[in-house]
Design a protein around this ligand. Structure first.
Ligand code: M6R
Length: 605
């Protein structure tokens, strides 16, 4: 939930650390700090609030080290305050630590240290790590980490400074993301690659319980027994431009407008336009494997769960395989029976979400074949899965997920189509026609985006609206869930999603003249039924907004989709939902890219 960055090299690193933290601010933004090794020891500057507050503090009290660590926090243990901000230091200042994750047994460890006379100054679990490293110092930090890391239960990505080794940066990870960047005469660590794109695209991913020792010249990786490990380096194709706002006021809006390209890139990777077929080896199933599948489970959280639900609808519609989509935080603990003939799919933009990862591990242990759908190359979920399909959405910075969602749904639709083809449910001609339709999606999304001014004007007229419902049936219900989540998280307005036919079983009591009901109707067999449900709420005073491809003469605002296609409709309707959420939040004056209480990547349970 927090962002970490670190540097060692020839340059003074304060600005690099601050810029890196600004790129990671989406991961957490309630307090921040940096620490650098300086001639007098480790200098630390911390501030409650955003990175801008830390900048101000550093302007007042500058530091100028060449080896440093930085942190932007989303509080888990202890309130957001200067004392609880990272780096956390050991009592004699020998060690400073930045941490992402949770040390589950920190209370016991802290009590043991306090009993030995160690004085703590914060409420954080992280301080325990810094104190342990000083208390058990073995003459060098790598040896000390080999001793201390096995004492820790829970998850961590750590960046560590040792006052006795001023030109060395130490790092370690277990279950929390951490990448190493390799430059010319400089090395880096970061929670994700967006913090490093200004400096290098040569990246190395750490594995669980790796200890990394970084000097300006190289990064060496060791296991807990001190044996050097070889870790593959990769070249990342994302560039910094893709991770910047590009003239838009907010990342969220920029990423909504990125969607035609994100779809195009993903389509080009998976579809051979000449053959009008799925490219070989991009979808990791053979005919035999596809025929052997008895069921599919998909688990994910938040927006990715809504993509999973859409995936379920597509798998059942197109591949005719029984499929369920579950919220990962429930699925990881519930009593569902798993069978080795089943396939499990984890959907996660970041590839680091703790509950989704736990669900994946559970199913893998139960013998299911596990597939990851992720946007981040080398993420934990994609590395632990047996197969991986990447969305090519590019970096998604806004906390509200938009382009990742669209590409996840697209990928699950492609998977459903290919499984349907391999299982003989879809013939070649039909397959080509589906793929041709999907290839038209980027242009259709452009058409929806051209309606942004209409969406903005409609949003501006909704000030009297105290309650918003999104309703739809089948796949449209999942789009309703997503549209409602998007609106809630960025505008803080109360919104609910309902299966359109379910409303009259109680919840319709909430409908009055201050209610806006947004009806989504893209699925042909239930389109008219959703229209009828809209009539029912209109009769009870609600204002209506309808998103559909055809039909409907009910009075109200109408956003017309450029196609009636049932597989394209949900994606296009979702874009209207994103724009609506954005413009509602804009007029509420909300902090759109960093909504309150949230963080982009939920790496704690
Ligand atoms: O990285 P993931 O896709 O696993 O993240 C899952 C959710 O935390 C995420 O989709 C969240 O719901 C978004 N803020 C929604 O916009």
């Amino acid at each position: 939930m927090c962002g970490i960055v670190g540097y060692t090299g020839e340059q003074e690193c304060t600005e690099m650390l601050l810029k890196g933290l600004e790129r990671l601010e989406y991961r957490g933004y309630d307090s921040a700090g940096i620490g650098e090794t300086c001639p007098a020891g480790i200098a630390v500057r911390r501030a409650a609030g955003r990175i801008s507050c830390l900048r101000k503090k550093i302007e007042e009290e500058p530091i100028a080290g060449r080896t440093g660590i930085g942190h932007t926090r989303w509080a888990t243990h202890g309130k957001p305050s200067c004392a609880n901000a990272h780096p956390q230091s050991s009592q004699n200042g020998r060690v400073a630590v930045v941490h992402n994750g949770i040390i589950e047994n920190y209370k016991e460890l802290r009590q043991e240290l306090e009993a030995q006379g160690v004085a703590f100054t914060s409420e954080t679990d992280t301080e325990t790590v810094a104190q342990l490293l000083e208390f058990y110092y073995q003459g060098n930090m790598q040896k000390t980490l080999e001793k201390v890391l096995p004492m820790l239960k829970g998850s961590f990505a750590l960046g560590i400074l040792d006052a006795a080794a001023p030109n060395t940066l130490y790092a370690a990870r277990r279950q929390s993301p951490l990448v190493i960047g390799l430059g010319e005469g400089e090395t880096f660590i970061a929670s994700d690659i967006t913090a490093l794109l200004d400096h290098t695209r040569t990246i190395c991913f750490l594995e669980d319980d790796d200890i990394a020792v970084l000097t300006p010249a190289k990064a060496a990786v060791f296991n807990l027994q001190g044996r050097q490990q070889s870790r593959k380096t990769e070249q990342i194709s994302w560039n910094q431009q893709a991770a910047q706002k590009g003239g838009f006021d907010h990342y969220m809006l920029k990423e909504i407008f990125d969607q035609p390209k994100a779809l195009e890139d993903t389509l080009n990777h998976y579809i051979d336009r000449e053959a009008m077929a799925i490219r070989p080896n991009t979808i990791p199933f053979t005919k035999e494997q596809a025929l052997a599948i008895t069921g599919i489970s998909i688990a994910a959280c938040g927006t990715a769960y809504h993509a999973a639900a859409m995936g379920k609808a597509m798998v059942e519609k197109l591949a005719k395989i029984p499929c369920r989509a579950e919220v990962a935080s429930e699925f990881r603990y519930d009593d569902h029976p798993s069978s080795p003939q089943e396939v499990f799919i984890a959907v996660s933009q970041s590839g680091e979400t703790a509950d989704t990862l736990a669900a994946l591990r559970r199913e893998k242990e139960a013998g299911c074949w596990v597939l990851a759908v992720s946007n981040v190359i080398g993420s934990t979920i994609s590395r632990e899965a047996q197969g991986v399909m990447y969305t090519l959405a590019g970096p998604e910075i806004a906390v509200a997920s938009t382009k990742a969602y669209l590409t996840q749904v697209l990928l699950l639709t492609l998977l459903a189509l290919e499984l349907g083809r391999l299982r003989g449910e879809i013939d070649e001609k039909t397959m080509k026609s589906y793929l041709t339709r999907l290839l038209a999606l980027p242009a259709q999304v452009e058409q929806v985006l051209a309606d942004a001014p209409q969406v903005k004007a409609f949003a501006a007229a909704q000030s009297s609206c105290s309650n918003i419902f999104f309703i739809g049936r089948l796949a449209d219900y999942y789009t309703a869930l997503e549209a409602s989540l998007k609106l809630k998280e960025v505008s803080y307005l109360p919104a609910q999603a309902y299966a359109a036919g379910e409303l009259k079983h109680g919840t319709i009591a909430l409908i009055d003249e201050n209610t806006l009901v947004v009806g989504i109707a893209t699925q042909n067999k239930v389109r008219e039924k959703t229209f009828s449900n809209l009539e029912e709420v209109r009769a009870r005073g609600a204002k209506l907004l309808l998103i559909t491809g055809e039909g409907c003469t009910i009075p109200g605002e109408l956003w017309r989709l450029p196609t009636n296609g049932e597989i394209e409709g949900p994606l296009l309707a979702a874009v209207y939902g994103q724009l609506f959420a954005y413009y509602m939040a804009l007029q509420q004056g909300c902090d759109i890219d960093k909504p309150r209480n949230l963080a982009k990547s939920v790496t704690v349970e």
